[in-house]
Design a protein around this ligand. Structure first.
Ligand code: HEC
Ligand code: HEC
Ligand code: HEC
Ligand code: HEC
Ligand code: HEC
Ligand code: HEC
Ligand code: HEC
Ligand code: HEC
Ligand code: HEC
Length: 316
């Protein structure tokens, strides 16, 4: 039996190097080293076992079979002390079978040896709770996607994701997001302060657009609670959806607005003669005043709603 491993980036590789050094008489020996050497031996055994049982798999990974198997031992699935994991259930010697099937009959190339459904069944045996509660029937499952479209089991990426960042992972398919988050004004996703999964649950939700909240506004309030209200003077489009004015991903306009303030407001408030239409009819200085800077916001500064007794028209 192998010693239970603590998850550690690159842990197995470091161990192997140490074991090799020890073999060459270059490093001191210690209790941990004996376990690491045993682990290296176990990986060697598995390399041979895979070669024997599944020549297809061995061929596919001809160049990095050993490293590929080694990575599994640093993953949360190899934690033997946790009875919920494959290693905890089956023991370190046979836990590969929990996913690959007895004799490595599945190698998870979707459409080749397994269907998306079969992959999802395998993983959902253990992962059907929490964020996966609405996976069945979700937009991604509906598109015949499988867990392994986003996750790589033999990897040391965070959350066993297929790519190092969510932006990279999701925008392999949602390419317009890469553009959005490169616009001058965007939620700091590329900067690592916000993740796609702060707003979306890619596994499935009860509400629309895979949003974490029941609707758009509830999703935004989890971080921007100051706009939740209720307000004495409510602005109808704000109650309806923040996205009436903001692009949640990114925009060329400050504050991620769809347009500059004057045009944004006029897209809904256009009267031909009286205010605010009149503002555009005036002489040149007035028009410049409106086109520049804060436009309507110079006077209507509380567009999200106001609690001021005299706050009708959102002017204070
Ligand atoms: C938690 C499930 C899981 C466990 C446990 C697991 N694997 Fe895998 N394995 C996968 C998946 C899914 C893939 C498909 C590619 C990927 O995700 O990296 C894979 C791919 C592979 C491949 C490469 C196949 C290819 O076509 O590229 C080999 C070889 C392999 N696993 C061997 C093993 C061995 C040996 C063990 C036990 C030490 C093991 N796996 C344990 C899920 C698992
Ligand atoms: C035998 C049960 C079992 C199977 C089968 C299984 N897992 Fe897991 N998985 C676990 C347990 C237990 C953990 C550790 C959970 C924890 O620490 O909360 C885990 C962890 C994970 C993590 C989280 C890693 C992290 O850093 O938080 C991901 C992602 C994951 N599994 C995906 C999958 C996928 C995809 C499959 C199918 C290819 C799969 N699992 C198959 C039991 C399983
Ligand atoms: C569209 C991409 C995508 C698909 C498909 C997907 N996942 Fe995930 N999964 C993610 C992302 C992104 C995270 C990281 C979320 C976070 O850090 O909060 C994650 C996190 C996880 C976690 C760890 C965090 C948690 O919620 O416990 C587990 C376990 C997991 N996924 C299992 C699965 C399983 C099982 C499937 C298939 C039924 C699956 N995932 C399908 C993208 C995906
Ligand atoms: C600040 C919250 C937030 C973040 C972060 C976020 N989204 Fe969204 N996303 C939304 C909202 C809100 C909608 C719904 C927009 C609507 O319906 O008008 C949406 C819609 C979508 C849609 C479907 C509609 C469309 O435009 O095609 C996709 C796909 C999407 N987001 C992908 C992503 C990806 C990928 C990331 C990370 C790179 C991400 N989102 C990050 C809030 C967010
Ligand atoms: C392998 C391709 C692929 C990957 C990777 C992927 N998606 Fe999707 N996603 C799709 C497809 C296909 C659809 C459905 C068609 C559409 O609406 O564009 C979809 C739909 C969505 C929707 C809209 C759901 C709706 O109700 O309209 C959101 C939001 C979304 N994905 C977010 C994400 C996030 C976040 C990630 C990364 C964690 C991600 N996707 C990764 C392919 C992918
Ligand atoms: C996970 C937390 C989180 C969620 C959820 C969230 N935001 Fe943000 N938002 C941020 C952070 C962080 C910033 C950047 C603050 C900064 O740079 O000072 C920000 C900034 C903004 C800004 C100002 C941008 C600027 O240029 O000053 C707007 C507008 C905004 N968010 C709207 C929204 C909307 C609309 C939603 C819902 C679709 C939403 N946010 C959901 C965290 C979040
Ligand atoms: C009617 C259009 C409109 C709607 C709808 C709207 N906003 Fe705004 N929002 C604005 C304008 C205009 C600004 C710029 C205000 C300024 O520069 O003083 C702004 C600025 C912001 C900012 C950055 C400055 C600040 O006040 O914190 C955040 C965050 C924000 N909005 C969040 C939200 C959220 C959350 C919602 C939904 C509850 C929402 N907005 C709905 C027009 C709107
Ligand atoms: C998506 C459409 C939409 C946008 C964009 C929008 N509004 Fe509104 N606004 C409304 C609606 C609907 C009402 C409530 C109905 C009404 O009284 O006309 C309203 C009400 C108002 C009122 C109060 C009117 C009253 O009679 O009490 C003011 C002032 C106002 N908006 C200013 C603005 C400003 C300034 C902007 C730009 C930052 C803006 N609105 C952007 C739709 C919009
Ligand atoms: C110089 C200050 C100022 C600017 C700039 C301004 N407003 Fe106003 N607005 C007011 C005042 C003051 C009122 C209240 C008028 C009243 O009580 O009759 C008002 C009233 C309104 C009303 C309610 C009209 C009604 O019929 O009750 C709307 C809608 C409105 N403004 C929209 C806008 C929009 C859109 C812009 C930008 C294009 C804008 N305002 C720019 C000062 C301004």
């Amino acid at each position: 039996m192998l010693k239970t491993r603590v998850r550690q980036r690159g842990g197995w590789w470091r161990a192997l190097v140490l074991a090799l050094l020890a073999g060459a008489g270059l490093a001191g020996t210690g209790a941990a080293l004996a376990d690491d050497a045993a682990l290296a031996e176990e990986v060697d055994r598995l390399v041979e076992e895979v070669r024997g049982l599944s020549p297809i798999m061995a061929r596919k990974r001809a160049s990095d079979l050993r490293a590929h198997i080694g990575l599994m031992f640093d993953s949360p699935h190899a934690v033997e002390s946790d009875p919920r994991t494959p290693a905890g259930r089956l023991g370190a010697a046979t836990f590969c079978f929990a996913c690959h099937g007895q004799g490595f009959e599945h190698y998870f190339n979707v459409g080749e040896d397994v269907s998306a459904d079969k992959v999802n069944d395998t993983c959902l045996q253990c992962h059907s709770g929490g964020d996966r509660m609405h996976f069945r029937g979700s937009p991604h499952e509906f598109q015949d996607m499988a867990c392994v479209d986003c996750h790589a089991m033999h990897s040391d990426n965070e959350r066993l994701l297929k790519s190092e960042s969510q932006l990279a992972l999701c925008s392999t398919c949602h390419q317009e997001r890469r553009v959005d988050f490169n616009r001058p004004h965007h939620h700091p996703v590329g900067e690592g302060q916000v993740d796609c999964t702060d707003c979306h649950n890619p596994h499935g939700t009860a509400g629309p657009r895979l949003l974490r909240g029941n609707d758009i506004n509830q999703t935004c309030f989890s971080c921007h609670a100051e706009h939740r209200g209720p307000f004495l003077w409510e602005h109808q489009p704000v109650r309806e959806a923040c996205t009436n004015c903001h692009d949640p991903h990114g925009s060329v306009h400050p504050r991620m607005l769809h347009a500059r303030p004057a045009q944004l407001c006029q897209s809904c408030h256009m009267t031909s003669t009286f205010h605010p239409g009149d503002l555009m009819e005036h002489d040149e200085p007035q028009r410049r005043f409106m086109a520049a800077g804060r436009g309507c916001l110079n006077c209507h500064s509380q567009v999200h709603g106001s609690n001021h007794p005299g706050g009708s028209h959102f002017r204070q």
